[in-house]
Design a protein around this ligand. Structure first.
Ligand SMILES: Cc1cc2nc3c(=O)[nH]c(=O)nc-3n(C[C@H](O)[C@H](O)[C@H](O)COP(=O)(O)OP(=O)(O)OC[C@H]3O[C@@H](n4cnc5c(N)ncnc54)[C@H](O)[C@@H]3O)c2cc1C
Length: 445
């Protein structure tokens, strides 16, 4: 796979934009200093050895840090008038280069536009740079909670709905395109850019496409009544028993917020904890307290040991932060070899796990419980991109759905995004390089 490098923007246009942004937002909000440009030119893509081999993908020429949704609109309008590409950025934790400014130009750093505008009955409205943990804590003060958040709980709501997919809460609520967002204020790349309010299904074409159809300035998400969640840890001699139990635990009622399981090698790479005894498979869950007795019975019947049950937001957040991609990141930090991963799904992850782990030499599975169709991250030592692609056929033969995460372009309903962007971004200034024809092997879950 070769990533096409896009030409940077003519320096005179960037200089003219710098002056205008300083007038509009103040000098402190605009930076062309090397350290700021360096920080704005990389995201979490080092997690993919396939993408890492090809870094740098692009370099910011200017960074602007608006502090409100209205300032976001001002910045987008100015950049559009000067014909300068705009790459939005939350916390930059996205994995595969989606926040890298491939055509240079302006990086729109949202991290200071973080006002939580309103917590209402059943909803929260926040500017794009508000973190998921801040919104969850604000919701908790009103006896409510987010439906879902990623394991990167310090990431931004704008970045999550633009680049993420699911996480803690997904067992009950599915993925973020399934009713998570109820309204958006978006900004189109037009010279007179302003906040455009969209609600309900009209929000969908702006989600999970890296800001290519519009910059998300403000987000309203649904809330539900708060539950007194408990962090639940169990360990097993044989990881097959832990994996099989995931299927039973997701059927508990009330539905768990999260159920994750790991083989011993991955569990040993997680941050040290008395609830993670070395050399044993780990099962971690966030449970409604009324289900802990039944979960304990199920663990013991399956030959496991309950290691800890902990109350409070910090212990449950800690369980969240060892879910989804996080165990792979911890493994990458602990291992001397370089590991890649592929997102996988289907019953075969439990029923045929030994065969699934044979798809790549040395492969291991991290499992996430879902009702109906478990999902997971299959990780293995990296021996080259062609070897990664060659496993896709073998996964398909086993009935495993997969998603290739080593790609930076919009692969979720790209035609719909292209159709909307034709009017909302007529000059192709929004996150250039992402709304393109796929050039690598891809697959669908
Ligand atoms: C270890 C690890 C674990 C992770 N776990 C999860 C997980 O559990 N679930 C999950 O879904 N993801 C996960 N991710 C991916 C990522 O962390 C999340 O999706 C996160 O919510 C992204 O938020 P961010 O603020 O870092 O966004 P960024 O990385 O800054 O941006 C993500 C994408 O959205 C665009 N964007 C950012 N802000 C806006 C905006 N306001 N308007 C329009 N476009 C915008 C960016 O250009 C980029 O394309 C994980 C990543 C890592 C490295």
């Amino acid at each position: 796979m070769t990533i096409e490098t896009l030409p940077a923007v003519d320096a005179d246009r960037v200089t003219a934009l710098t002056h205008e942004l300083r007038d509009l937002l103040g000098a402190a909000a605009v930076s062309d200093e090397t350290a700021a440009l360096d920080r704005a030119s990389i995201d979490g893509s080092e997690m993919s050895p396939v993408v890492k081999e090809q870094l740098p993908l692009g370099r910011a020429q200017l960074v602007v840090t608006p502090t409100t949704a209205e300032e976001i609109a001002l910045a987008v309008g100015a950049a559009t008038r000067h014909g300068v590409p705009i790459t939005p950025r939350g916390k930059g934790t996205g994995n595969y280069g989606q926040a890298i400014p491939m055509a240079g130009g302006l990086v729109l750093d949202m991290s200071k536009a973080r006002t939580i505008v309103e917590i209402g009955d059943g909803y929260a409205t926040a500017d794009a740079g508000a973190t998921l943990i801040a919104i969850e804590q604000a919701a908790n003060k009103t006896g409510q909670q987010l439906l879902m958040f990623p394991s990167t709980v310090q990431s931004t709501i704008g970045g999550f709905v633009s680049g993420g997919s699911g996480g803690t809460g997904s067992i009950k609520h599915g993925m973020l395109h399934q009713g998570y967002v109820t309204a958006l204020d978006v900004v189109h790349a037009t010279p007179d850019a302003a906040l455009v309010h969209v609600e309900g299904t009209d929000t969908e074409p702006y989600l999970h496409n890296y800001g290519t159809t519009g910059i998300i300035a403000r987000v309203t998400v649904a809330l539900e009544p708060q539950q007194a969640w408990q962090a639940f840890y169990a360990s097993f001699e044989d990881f097959h028993d832990a994996f099989a139990l995931v299927r039973s635990l997701v059927e508990l009622d009330p539905i768990p917020r999260l159920v994750s399981a790991d083989v011993p090698t991955i569990a040993d790479a997680l941050p040290s904890d008395t609830a993670l005894p070395p050399g044993r498979a780990s099962l971690r869950a966030i449970l409604d307290p009324t289900t802990v007795v039944e979960a304990t019975r199920l663990v013991e019947a399956a030959g496991g040991t309950v290691e800890a049950v902990r109350e409070g937001i910090q212990p449950t957040m800690k369980v969240s932060m060892t879910s989804y991609n996080h165990p792979i990141e911890w493994l990458q930090k602990a291992a001397t070899e370089t590991y890649f991963h592929v997102e996988v799904s289907g019953d075969a992850l439990i029923d045929r796990v030994d065969e699934v782990q044979q798809v790549y030499p040395g492969a291991m599975l991290h499992l996430e419980g879902q009702r109906g169709r478990p999902i997971g991250m299959l990780t293995a030592p990296y021996t080259g991109a062609d070897d990664v692609w060659s496993g896709f056929t073998r996964l398909t033969a086993l009935g495993v759905g997969f998603h290739n995460p080593h790609q930076w372009f919009v692969d979720y309903m790209p035609e719909r995004s292209r159709e909307l962007a034709a009017t909302t971004d007529p000059n192709g200034l929004l996150n250039p390089g992402k709304l393109v024809e796929p050039t690598v092997v891809t697959g669908g879950k």
